[in-house]
Design a protein around this ligand. Sequence first.
Ligand code: NAD
Length: 333
Amino acid sequence: MVKTVRAVVTGATGQVAYALLPRIAAGEMFGPEVEVDLRLADIPPMIEKAKGVVMELEDGAYPLLSRVSASADRAESHHDADWVLLVGSVPRGPGMERGDLIRKNGPIFVEEGKAITAHGSKDVRVVVVGNPCNTNCLIARHSAGAKVPDDRWTALTRLDQNRARSLLAQRAKVPVRDVKKLAIWGNHSATLYPDFTNAQVAGKRATDIVDRAWLETEFIPAVQQRGAAVIAARGASSAFSAAQAIVDHVRGLVQKTPDDDWTSLAVVSDGSYGVPAGLVSSFPCRVSDRGAGNGTFEIVQGITLSDFARAKIDATIAELEREREIVKDLLAS
Ligand code: NAD
């Protein structure tokens, strides 16, 4: 019997969604044996435009696309949804501080949380992409309440992992596939920590292959500032690399993680590594044989953190705590 996944993409007329939707329709996210009922969601003024995107998806004649629709009504788009990819959010405008953006976007994620709990399927999985994605995920998770447990909520730090992996591979002059266990910790922001101390390059410790001073003083800021560098060069924010990361994130949740690797996911902390329980922080995660197919992951345990790594992680966690403070009224139910 052919399985069908009902997947919602919010912000469906934005540039990330435009790069993402055809890839979902082509079966790259859920695999070649899964049909997709794809629901495009956006705010009312964008629905006519969304209908144009629906037409393009129809015109692709994708064999696995069983149904495609567009709606501004969450009761319709989120009905029985298995996966909700929350991309829609207000972009950061000129002169807008990160705190302003957090306040501006927070209410969207309160509404999303309510809609997911009211209309999603009983096994619904959520991926938050819209920035600031960790704190937006915290808000939506909180607003959804107990019916949608902590382990259903993730936010996207896979783009940071992909960037880090690519930059390290270039430096080490190895193919990207030879860089493993390069996990992102903390916030998807300029404080994120790409943990090179536990990373491997061609089966050896990264620190045995690449100059440590470069890793500490050039690599970390390059990963942290990569999004800004793309904007400066392209005049627009990352789009198809973000779509690639969203595909990788979900593929990483529905497939077993290779034994020699980890996948970075921002998830609701259970207190592991001293990250306060309830914060949405990126950790190295794994999906076991048992979890494959249904999106169940575990935070990798037993990783040794040096004083250097610990200090970097503490700094990004402190930022997440400050963000939680900024939105505390949205968490007060
Ligand atoms: P975009 O401006 O092209 O599109 C934004 C989308 O959100 C549009 O569809 C718009 O209609 C919708 N939108 C606007 N106001 C809204 C509201 N009040 N409620 C719901 N939806 C609303 O932006 P984009 O480049 O597609 O990026 C989308 C989001 O993804 C941004 O927040 C961006 O920062 C974030 N992003 C995150 C990562 C990551 O790694 N986590 C990577 C890339 C982009």
